[in-house]
Design a protein around this ligand. Structure first.
Ligand SMILES: *Cc1c(COP(=O)(O)O)cnc(C)c1O
Length: 381
């Protein structure tokens, strides 16, 4: 089954009881048993729920995997994946991760005796040097947030495998429509389905996906034991989102390219981060492992003034000033004071995240209107 067909059909059979074509919202906490421990596959909704099962099967199919465990948020999924480790284990991670991922690693899991190093994973020698005897997990995001750097999944997964470490890819920005990390050797894919997978800014949801029987069994155990499960209505919303993922992503990619080209030619713009540009430092890797360059663009201003950057975000008429990304509507944000404010300034600057950096989640409106909006705002600063 090809991607668009799987997006609409995988995991979703007409309801057996009524023939309803859409997966019902099984809004129930428990299930009646005919005899003790004899039931129809479900006993309690933390352990399993049919609406969630449909979503899990759907997301697994989209990543080309056998298993998916859905969570109540992307962070819930990330939390569960880290719990595959134990005290003393080391995690080697990229250095411009989603702020919340950095935060849970350093502020929560270091307390439990895990250790983390954050490195520039774009160079093979850095990754090789970063591996320690107790490295049990290698964690990457690509494209990264918000600098849209690209790392080579296949190269890093090979190093991870040689070191006996699990390789995890946060595939939130690319989505399985543009990039399938498991086919490049990764062991686990995590998603904030809150973003492109859901696609309509109306649900918080996460997923961890794997093709490995043993990892899947552990993830389901953690899902049930820690209990960060999504409710059936949230699963329904996410399933509604995945049906149009392929169509939305095509338009996101098209619009982002036009917006990036407009910004790159604008006299007030210093630098545009967009992996589709030939001059992007990792363009070749992006072209190799992705089938499109995504809907995210970030840029800095020539005027190196944080207040000018902040002001710009308030002058937009179509782009809404908000955190998050991946919805049908366009969003603008200022990472240094919003999504990445939990990073100490020196850590932020060291990883190249400058004060005037502005991040766009380019939606699927008409590109001409989006460009006009950016133009009028840039004129005013
Ligand atoms: C948003 C996001 C997360 C966290 O997901 P939530 O659904 O907000 O918990 C993790 N990784 C990336 C790349 C994200 O953009």
């Amino acid at each position: 089954m090809k991607f668009g067909t799987a997006a609409i059909h995988a995991g979703q059979e007409p309801d057996i009881a009524t023939g309803a074509i859409m997966t019902p919202i099984y809004q129930t906490s428990t299930y009646v048993q005919s005899e003790p421990a004899v039931h129809k596959g479900y006993d309690y909704s933390r352990a399993g729920n049919p609406t969630r099962t449909a979503l899990e099967k759907n997301l697994a199919a989209l990543e080309g995997a056998k298993y998916c465990a859905a969570f109540s948020s992307g962070m819930g999924a990330i939390d569960a994946v880290i719990k595959l480790l134990k005290t003393g284990d080391h995690v080697l991670a990229g250095n411009d991760l989603y702020g919340g991922t950095y935060r849970i690693f350093v502020k929560v899991f270091e307390q439990f005796g895990l250790s983390f190093d954050f490195i520039d994973m774009s160079k093979e020698e850095n990754v090789r040097k970063g591996i320690k005897p107790d490295t049990k997990m290698v964690w990457m995001e690509t494209p990264t947030n918000p600098l849209l750097r690209i790392v080579d999944i296949e190269m890093i997964a090979t190093i991870g495998r040689e070191a006996g470490a699990l390789t995890v890819v946060d595939n939130t920005f690319a989505t399985p429509f543009l990039q399938r990390p498991l086919s490049l050797g990764a062991d686990i894919v995590v998603h904030s389905a809150t973003k492109y997978v859901g696609g309509h800014s109306d649900v918080i949801l996460g997923a961890a996906i794997t093709d490995d029987d043993e990892i899947a069994e552990k993830l389901y155990f953690i899902q049930k034991s820690s209990g960060a499960v999504p409710g059936p209505f949230d699963c329904f919303l996410a399933l509604r989102g995945t049906k149009t993922l392929h169509v939305r992503m095509e338009r996101h990619c098209e619009n982002a390219k036009k917006v990036a080209e407009f910004l790159a030619a604008h006299p007030k713009v210093h630098h545009v981060n967009y992996p589709g540009f030939k001059f992007h430092p990792n363009h070749a890797v992006a072209a190799k492992q992705m089938s499109g360059f995504g809907g995210m663009v970030s840029f800095t201003l020539k005027n190196d003034d944080i207040d000018a950057a902040k002001k710009l975000t308030t002058l937009m008429k179509i782009f809404a000033l908000a955190e998050s990304l991946g919805g049908v509507e366009s969003l603008i944000e200022h990472p240094a004071s919003m999504t990445h404010s939990s990073l100490p300034r020196e850590v932020r600057l060291r990883s190249g995240l400058e004060d005037t950096l502005i991040r766009l989640s380019v939606g699927i409106e008409d590109a001409d209107d989006l460009i006009e909006d950016l133009k009028q705002a840039l004129e005013q600063i």
